[in-house]
Structures are given as structure tokens and as C-alpha cells.
Design a protein around this ligand. Structure first.
Ligand code: UGA
Length: 434
């Protein structure tokens, strides 16, 4: 099929490249000239395992192209995906300016009937608005049929998720469009659910809100475990064995971050509020997450007393491993709190230093060497469970730190491993080792 993708951010780029990999002819468009120029040279503007080789492969076989000119991209397209950003407004609502602009550009550019398929996470009713905008500039008989097709890709495993997702949701009132979309996705052999547009839009928010709820729930249980002397790892394993609960998203830690959960949970609270429903459960999920992000520094203060002039290693800046993304990362909250307490911070990350520097500037030091980060420090706080951190030998902490205290915000080490080292080890929801 001939496909166009509007927006070359995380979702748009992975969608476009993977659709080309499936054999479709894809043109991706973006308003940002420098991004398109970079992509045209076969380089990816985002850090995502496996993406660049797939990008190069599909450009060289002629199935994938990039342009800043939307008319070129949309001219012969049978399906146009909208995958532009929906950033958060100050009041927590989703900002739909890019969506509306993309709809308008589609309206003025298309010359044939087309399916317009929204991948971006958008509040209920947005696809109807998209249709309205397109029709206002390109009235019938030309037809633009809208479809809501939310994405469930995780950063760092986006390609795997595209080809092995649990389900594909196709939301539209048009049977014909639904069956075209189904045909396009059929080779992936992923269960396809066809539904109405509004339900599809809601499925995306409800999925992310539910996953965030699981995380805040397990973090609450971890807090109680610490007080009653239980071990959260045992508890999470035990409850996850129940098929009705499931083992996933029960990893306790210093909270969820990233570009999706924080933004989408807040947006869903707003969506509920707009129809006069107070989403109390989700409001608590969000509150618990703020508390969780502050936990590591509280624990550091408990053990060190004042943090003034203390040297603290911050291990991990990305909001999770295998990404360079620091949006809403717990590490940023921790770095700022440590600075407020008067500590000196030296941060390690294998991929996210450049992005963290954009937010934190030179208020902290950075290094790509864990050993350098922990040298002569009073405490080390683990904020991201990178493999490099998980597999870093414990004896080096004991050897290099001024006082070997690890506050492990991601429970990277087993308590058993710690028992043979002279290290004070404080983790989340597990007994401390002192
Ligand atoms: C999330 C969803 O998992 C995807 O299905 C969805 O498509 C995506 O948002 C989106 O809406 O675009 P992502 O934000 O990339 O994906 O990352 P996750 O792997 O879900 O992790 C999010 C945060 O939750 C991370 O900070 C991670 O450390 C934290 N987390 C995750 C936990 O604290 N505990 C867990 O058990 C799992």
C-alpha cells in the first residue's frame, strides 16, 4: 500500500519504518527540516535499538522516503497516519494544536479519497474534530475517512512491540476503512479488534492509566513492606502468579516517568473532569508517583543526615533503560532535590547525558564511566536499571566510595549478593542491609 506518516517523532518514525519493513511504500513528513535532512542520510534522530539499520535497509530498497513537503507525501497516499505530538498543557490537558494543524494540512493537500488514521494519543472526540477540519477545507465528494488506531509501543522495544503486539485496535464507523486497515495489518498475525472511534480513543488512555495504577499500587505495597519487614520482591511474585493479576508492571521503584504515563494519566483526569467525573483513583496514582520520585533523596537524608557538601553519585538519568529519553525521569527530580540540599552530584548514564544536560545544565557533573561517578562519594543513588549498572561489581563500590552507601531506587541487586560486601544498601520495599 502507499502510506504517508505525519510526524517523525518516536511513534511516527517507528510506525513508518516498520510499515516499510512490512513491504509498504511509506513517505514520512515532518515540519522540522533538520530532522528530515538527518533521516535522508539514513541516520535516526532517536535512540532506539535496531531502528537505524531498518531505516537504512528500507531507504536503499526504495520503500521509505522523507520529505518536509506534505503535498508530496500525501499526493498518492491511500492511508495517512497522524503521529504528531500531543504535549501537555499547563493544566494537564492534551495540547491538540499539532493534531489540528496536521488535519488542516491533510485537508489542503489531498487529491484523492483517503483514510486518515490517528496514532497520536488524543482525547475522546478528537478524530471527529479531525474529520471536521479536513472537510472544512476539502468538502465532499472527496472523502477522508477517520480511523483511531492507538499505538502501544514502549520506548526501547518499539520494533519488537510493533511486530509482536498483544492487539491492534482499529476504531472507525466505516466498515470499508476498517477492512482496509485490517488487511494492512493482517501479515503481522496480531489479534485485531475493530471498534467504534470513541472506544478506541478511550482504550489508549485506559491502558496507560491501568499500567500506571499497577505501578503506584505496587509502590504503595512496597512502602508497607518496608514498615512490616516483608520483601516486595516476594510479594510481587506471589500476587503476580495469580493469572487475574499477572506478573507484569509490578516492579517497584522510584516511580514511572517518560513521555506517556505522566502526561496521559493527567490528561485522563482532565477528560473525566470535563464530563463531571472525579477520577479519584487515578488522582491518587499520580500523587503516589510524585511521592515515589522523592523517595531516594529522603532515604539518603535518613542515612546521611544533612546532604550539604556531600558528594553523591546519581547512577542513571534516562527514565528507563535502553533509551536516551529523560522526560519526566525520576533522576531529574532527584538531581534537583540533591542540589537544593546542597549536595554535589556526579551523574552517570550511558546514553542520556546530552538530554539531561539540556534540563539540568551544568548544575551537576556528568560521566559515562560508573567508576568515575562513584569515586570518593558519600552515597550512590541508582535511578535507572541499565544493564551496565545492574552488572557493575559491588566490590568496586566498597573500594572506590568514601562511604559505601547505595540507595537503589530500582532494586538492581539481590539482597543475597549484598550480604558478603561491606556496603550499606537501602532499596525499595526490602529490608535494608547496614
Ligand atoms: C508506555 C506503555 O508501556 C506503552 O504500551 C505505550 O505505548 C507508551 O507508554 C505510550 O503511550 O506511548 P513507555 O513509556 O515507553 O511505554 O515505557 P514503559 O516501559 O511502560 O515504562 C514507563 C515507566 O514505568 C518507566 O519509568 C518505568 O521505569 C516504569 N515502570 C514500568 C515501573 O516503575 N515498574 C514497572 O513494573 C514497569
Amino acid at each position: 500500500m502507499r502510506i504517508a506518516v505525519a510526524g517523525t517523532g518516536y511513534v511516527g518514525l517507528i510506525t513508518g519504518i516498520c510499515l516499510a519493513e512490512m513491504g509498504h511504500h511509506v513517505v514520512c513528513t515532518d515540519v522540522r527540516e533538520e530532522k528530515i535532512q538527518l533521516l535522508k542520510t539514513g541516520r535516526s534522530p532517536i535512540f532506539e535499538p535496531g531502528l537505524e539499520p531498518m531505516l537504512k535497509h528500507n531507504m536503499s530498497n526504495g520503500r521509505l522516503d522523507f520529505t518536509t513537503n506534505p503535498r508530496t507525501a500525501y499526493k498518492n497516499a491511500e492511508i495517512i497516519f497522524i503521529a504528531v505530538g500531543t504535549p501537555e498543557n499547563e493544566d494537564g490537558t492534551a495540547n491538540l494544536d499539532y493534531i489540528h494543524a496536521a488535519a488542516y494540512t491533510i485537508g489542503v493537500s489531498i487529491e484523492n479519497d483517503v483514510i486518515v488514521c490517528t496514532k497520536s494519543t488524543v482525547p475522546v472526540g478528537t478524530n471527529e474534530k479531525i474529520k471536521e477540519i479536513i472537510q472544512s477545507v476539502k468538502p465532499p465528494p472527496l472523502q477522508a475517512i477517520v480511523v483511531s488506531n492507538p499505538e502501544f509501543l514502549r520506548e526501547g522495544t518499539g520494533i519488537i512491540d510493533f511486530f509482536n503486539g498483544d492487539r491492534i485496535v482499529i476504531g472507525t464507523e466505516s466498515r470499508e476503512a476498517a477492512s482496509i486497515m485490517e488487511k494492512m495489518y493482517l501479515p503481522l498475525k496480531i489479534p485485531i479488534m475493530k471498534t467504534d472511534t470513541r472506544s478506541a480513543e478511550m482504550i489508549k488512555y485506559a491502558s496507560n492509566a491501568f499500567l500506571a495504577t499497577k505501578i503506584s499500587f505496587i509502590n504503595e505495597i512496597a512502602a508497607i513492606c518496608e514498615k512490616v519487614g516483608a520483601n516486595i520482591e516476594e510479594v510481587a511474585y506471589g500476587i503476580g502468579k495469580d493469572k487475574r493479576i499477572g506478573p507484569h508492571f509490578l516492579q517497584t521503584g522510584i516511580g514511572y516517568g517518560g513521555s506517556c504515563f505522566p502526561k496521559d494519566t493527567k490528561a485522563l483526569v482532565q477528560i473525566a473532569g470535563n464530563v463531571k467525573h472525579k477520577f479519584e483513583l487515578l488522582e491518587s496514582v499520580i500523587k503516589v508517583n510524585y511521592r515515589q520520585q522523592a523517595l531516594a533523596v529522603l532515604k539518603a537524608k535518613e542515612i546521611l543526615g544533612s546532604l550539604k557538601d556531600k558528594r553523591v553519585a546519581l547512577l542513571g538519568l534516562a527514565f528507563k533503560p535502553d533509551t536516551d529519553d529523560v522526560r519526566e525521569a525520576a533522576s531529574l527530580t532527584i538531581a534537583k532535590a540533591l542540589k537544593d540540599e546542597g549536595a554535589m552530584v556526579i551523574a552517570y548514564d550511558p546514553a542520556a547525558i546530552a538530554n539531561a544536560r539540556k534540563v539540568l545544565g551544568d548544575t551537576i557533573e556528568y560521566t559515562m564511566d560508573i567508576q568515575l561517578a562513584i569515586e570518593n562519594t558519600d552515597a550512590a543513588i541508582i535511578a535507572t536499571e541499565w544493564d551496565q549498572i545492574k552488572h557493575f561489581p559491588l566490590e568496586i563500590y566498597a573500594e572506590k566510595m568514601k562511604s559505601p552507601i547505595i540507595i537503589d531506587g530500582r532494586n538492581c541487586y539481590s539482597l543475597q549478593d549484598l550480604s558478603s560486601h561491606p556496603i550499606t544498601y537501602i532499596s525499595i520495599g526490602r529490608p535494608s542491609i547496614k
